[in-house]
Design a binder for this molecule. Structure first.
Ligand code: FAD
Length: 397
């Protein structure tokens, strides 16, 4: 390879896409990744079908201590641009729900597309290449990879977050940022299932595998209406993963198990129609029977026929089923989290070019930055948009 213009650390979603665009602009590009395989997270994503973007993506779907930062990149390379690229490769896809676009066949289609996009004479991808050190020189950076040193004019950090260490995640990008004077917004696992305290967990374990449509509201008032899933460790499902982004240790979340029903009206009506029917069987027409049984064991649902239900009990039930207060014990952590909240502080990065404001020629893209999307294709869209903003602005010599 001739003199390297740009080294990209990480062959994930952001790194590969950035390499393909930098290559098209004629820059000699080298991508280094510690893994054996390209785009390992892409392959795992969306249950193997990669939810590669969201039709409704905009800046409101992202969390960051600098909420305006992501606007420019998202507006300049949109979901429609990526959908057009997917269309060009004739990759079959469908909308699963809420604008979430998934491959019909396999996430491998997206990895293959990125590989083809990178298939240019001036783009080299080296796998099994662990980067352990970066030093600044007068005209760029020297990268230590597998013990060897490689010089580059420009350096793009696309090392992702900390979730799923088994897929190659490392804190290297954060350490590198700190080395060049950047602040790191404290990181934590996000889009992650909740674990529960023992008494509640033991009671709910009987429900493992049961899924219910619900709305879940955080202590700060953020609300998601999607499914929740009871697991043998606690609570998961899309609504729980979404709310985990907004949850702080110690806080309760409120779960509305019947978001589309006025329970008071329903029970008053049922009481008149079927006075001798048990409350349990009545509620089992609305929710899984096992869930009703567990809530009964927990003393939250009385065991009586409808005719014995008092107004006060109906009010109490209304409160339990519309506003069930659950205090998670914690989360399952990075082992199962889809993303990492926090990261390189974007106040110190140009929102137009993704270049460091601390060290010229150094860039950050993708999840390593303090920009975290909701569940639903938003995190990949951030990878594509930030990679594009960077690649389009990498200077020629
Ligand atoms: P990554 O894709 O994580 O890539 C970073 C790369 O850098 C990795 O290959 C890593 O091995 C490499 N690296 C790290 N340190 C070093 C080092 N020192 N030297 C060399 N290489 C290094 N998002 C969605 O939008 N839709 C989904 O359907 C979806 N599903 C997901 C499912 C799972 C199980 C997980 C874990 C995440 C999912 N996400 C999804 C989130 C999405 O995968 C990430 O937000 C996205 O991959 C971030 O892209 P990135 O390029 O910034 O980082």
């Amino acid at each position: 390879m001739r003199n390297i213009d740009v080294i990209i650390l990480g062959a994930g979603a952001a790194g590969l896409f950035c390499a393909s665009l930098a290559g098209k602009r004629g820059l000699n590009t080298l991508v280094l990744d510690n893994g054996k395989k390209l785009g390992r997270k892409i392959l795992m994503s969306g249950g193997g079908r990669c939810n590669f973007t969201n039709m409704y993506a905009d800046h409101n779907n992202y969390l960051s201590t600098n909420p305006h930062f992501c606007k420019s990149a998202l507006a300049r390379y949109t979901q429609w641009d990526f959908i057009e690229l997917v269309g060009k490769y004739q990759i079959p896809y469908h909308e699963k729900t809420l604008g979430q676009l998934f491959c019909d066949n396999s996430a491998q289609d997206i990895v293959d597309m990125l590989k083809s996009e990178c298939d240019q004479p001036n783009v080299t991808i080296k796998l099994r290449s662990e980067v352990t050190q970066v030093d600044k020189t007068d005209d760029g950076y020297v990268v230590t990879v597998n013990g060897d040193q490689v010089s580059t004019r420009l350096l793009v950090v696309a090392t992702g977050g900390l979730s799923m260490p088994g897929l190659g995640a490392t804190p290297f990008g954060y350490r590198l940022a700190e080395q060049f004077g950047h602040s790191i917004i404290p990181t934590r696992a996000a889009l992650v299932p909740f674990t529960l305290h023992k008494p509640l967990l033991e009671a709910l374990q009987a429900l493992s595998g049961v899924s219910v449509a619900a709305t879940v509201t955080s202590a700060s008032g953020v609300l998601f209406k999607e499914n929740i899933l009871f697991t043998h460790r606690g609570l998961s499902g899309p609504a729980i993963l979404q709310i985990s982004n907004y949850w702080q240790p110690g806080e309760y979340v409120s779960i509305n198990l019947l978001p589309d029903l006025s329970l008071g009206e329903f029970l008053t009506n049922e009481k008149q129609q079927r006075p001798n029917q048990s409350l349990k069987n009545t509620l089992a027409t609305l929710l899984p029977k096992r869930l009703i049984e567990v809530l009964q064991q927990l003393g939250q649902i009385p065991d009586c026929p409808l005719k014995q239900l008092t107004h006060a009990q109906i009010d109490a039930l209304d409160n339990v089923l519309h506003n069930w207060q659950v205090q998670p014990n914690g989360t399952e952590g990075y082992r199962t989290a889809e993303v990492t909240l926090g990261g390189v502080d974007t106040h110190e990065i140009s929102s137009k070019t993704m270049e460091s404001l601390k060290s010229s020629g150094l860039y950050f893209i993708g999840e390593v930055m303090d920009v975290t999307g909701w569940l639903g294709g938003y995190n990949f869209q951030w990878a594509w948009s930030s990679a594009s903003a960077c690649a389009e602005n990498l200077p020629h010599q």
